[in-house]
Design a protein around this ligand. Structure first.
Ligand code: G4P
Length: 537
């Protein structure tokens, strides 16, 4: 069991769209031997052309179920890549998937540098102190200077960096990378479809004139200066700081050309954490505990009316998961048995007999699961750390058919349990406000409510800026705040009050007027504050 845990590496690849996440995923699978040629896996990539057609996107998502988790063996390790949608409208899916990984690889395009989605994803990683490895991609293109990129990453992503490789030239001058630790020089040989044997040159002493023979005098002198500067400026790489999420090792390469990937993978399996303990409301759970525990972080509903099944993705936290064994669904206080738990790989599904901490199993579901649900062997536990984040687009749900009110109620509750969107209720009047990160979700909801629940609805935009959960040790003040600001208060799915700010200024002004109240951008905060919130209700 200990060995099974030790050898697992469960991680996600994240990036701003187009930085190269899909390409890198595929190349890692190629190195892992999970696929034989590039192009064999249609990853979770939603094509740009499909952005206005959500049924097309759902089709793509159908493909993406198959690549939700991609597992392969590499050098004695069992690597699990949890795929995340690149499309920004599905960012919430990505945030939730990040709760199920133990580390991430962040891909940055050397031409574009740090982009909007890179920043948001890093914010989510920082919340959980997730260890991050950075891969600076597309070095074959005329990008920014590496010093500029490292500086930008440190400043705008608020993380310390430590290059482990260093590029020789960039764009048309790109000649390869120098490994600062193994002191090996790897020459750049573009190859889009196969992994070639990289040609390495071991250079013990950079002063050696052999370097000039290989890369030319100018590039050799530049590399000498660069390496001297790096060794002078940076501390030696500290794995502990990386594991704390404080320091990100940086690699340079070109995913499309299979360049720099092997080094990335070799280092990743060596330094990335094996499955980590996770917090529950009751106690921390260690992966090496004998009894099985796990939590659902993603639910995939099938839009095809002939196949209404849903798949709940469960990350195993401790113990061994076994097929056909009864497990305890703690929220429903109910025992459930799974006869065909599934793993997905490169468009193939297979039934899993057993799975270990760090693995993800797909459980066929007829409506028992909500995002965040916990399974155990009998102990009453509830995993923490699956927060909701404030949506960015808000619309009021309008019931177009008063005869179907009940169906609409049920439908919208179930869809929000699945994580399609968030629901906030404003009183009086039971006004339903739906919040999402993208316009597409509204189309999905409208379509699914009609198709699956027979309820016709429409949406009316509301100009909210963001939703904030709030807490205070001063319970009377909380009560007073809720009454005074009634027109700005809604209640989330767990009946917690949420402050809907119309703009940044409104938030600033309540922050100033109520210094004793803390406003939270996510739904999960310190449990003591949470208790005070609950008792205030
Ligand atoms: P994403 O999943 O992060 O959205 O990015 P993806 O891998 O799809 O890559 C986005 C584009 O960047 C693709 O081109 C891909 O071929 C290209 N790309 C990835 N890595 C490199 C690299 O190292 N160098 C260069 N020059 N390009 C790279 P596309 O034209 O948008 O798509 P496609 O038609 O090639 O699939």
């Amino acid at each position: 069991m200990g060995n099974e845990i030790e050898k697992r590496r469960t991680f996600g690849i994240i990036s701003h769209p187009d930085a190269g996440k899909t390409t890198l995923t595929e190349k890692l699978l190629l190195y892992g031997g999970a696929i034989q040629t590039a192009g064999a896996v249609k990853s979770n990539k939603i094509r740009k052309t499909a952005t206005s057609d959500f049924m097309e996107i759902e089709k793509q998502r159908g493909i993406s179920v198959a690549t939700s988790v991609m597992g392969f063996d590499y050098d004695g390790y069992k690597v699990n890549i949890l795929d995340t949608p690149g499309h920004k409208d599905f960012a919430e899916d990505t945030y939730r998937t990040l709760t199920a990984v133990d580390s991430v690889i962040l891909v940055i395009d050397c031409v574009k540098g740090v982009e909007e989605q890179t920043r948001k994803l890093m914010d989510v990683c920082r919340l959980r102190h997730t260890p991050v490895i950075i891969f600076i991609n597309k070095m074959d293109r005329e990008g920014h200077d590496p010093y500029y990129l490292l500086d930008e990453i440190e400043k705008s992503l608020n993380i310390h960096t430590r290059p482990l490789t260093w590029p020789i030239g960039i764009g048309s001058d790109f000649q390869g990378v120098y490994n600062l630790f193994s002191k090996q020089l790897q020459f750049y040989l573009p190859n889009k479809t196969r992994i070639s044997d990289d040609i390495d040159l071991y250079i013990e002493n950079l002063g050696d004139s052999e370097l000039d023979n290989h890369i030319g005098e100018t590039a050799a002198n530049k590399l000498r200066d660069d390496v001297e500067l790096i060794e002078h400026v940076y501390e030696p790489f500290d794995t502990g700081l990386y594991k704390e999420g404080y320091l990100a090792p940086v690699f340079f390469g070109s995913a499309i050309n299979n360049f720099g990937i092997k080094e990335l993978l070799d280092t990743f399996v060596r330094i990335a954490p094996s499955p980590l303990p996770r917090a529950t409301e009751q106690r921390p759970v260690n992966p090496d505990e004998k009894e099985f525990t796990g939590f659902v972080f993603k639910i995939h509903a099938n839009l095809d009316p002939n196949h209404r099944d849903r798949i709940a993705f469960c990350r195993i936290v401790s113990g061994k998961f076994e097929r056909n064994k009864f497990y305890y669904h703690t929220r429903l206080d109910k025992k459930l048995r799974f006869s065909s738990p599934t793993s997905f790989m490169a468009n193939e599904q297979s039934v899993v007999e057993e799975a270990y901490p760090g693995d993800v199993v797909g459980l066929y579901d007829t409506g028992n699961f909500k995002i965040g649900d916990t399974l155990t062997e009998g102990e009453l536990l509830q995993f923490k750390g699956i927060p909701s984040f404030s949506p960015e687009i808000f619309k009021e749900l309008i019931n177009n058919d008063p005869m179907k009110t009940k169906r609409l109620e049920k439908g919208i509750r179930q869809l929000t349990d699945e994580g399609v969107a968030q629901l906030f209720i404003r009183q009086p009047g039971n006004v339903k406000i739906v919040g999402t990160l993208g316009e597409l979700q509204f189309e999905v909801i409208q379509f699914r409510l009609l198709q699956e629940y027979g309820a016709a609805c429409s949406f009316q935009p509301i100009s909210y800026y963001k939703a904030f959960w709030f807490t205070s040790a001063n319970k009377n003040l909380l009560k007073q705040f809720i009454i005074t600001k009634a027109q700005h208060i809604t209640w989330d799915k767990d009946e917690r009050p949420v402050f809907m700010a119309r703009n940044e200024w409104t938030l600033k002004s309540v922050n100033e007027d109520y210094p004793e109240i803390k406003f939270h951008y996510t739904s999960e905060f310190e449990s003591d504050q949470r208790k005070s919130l609950v008792s205030a209700d």
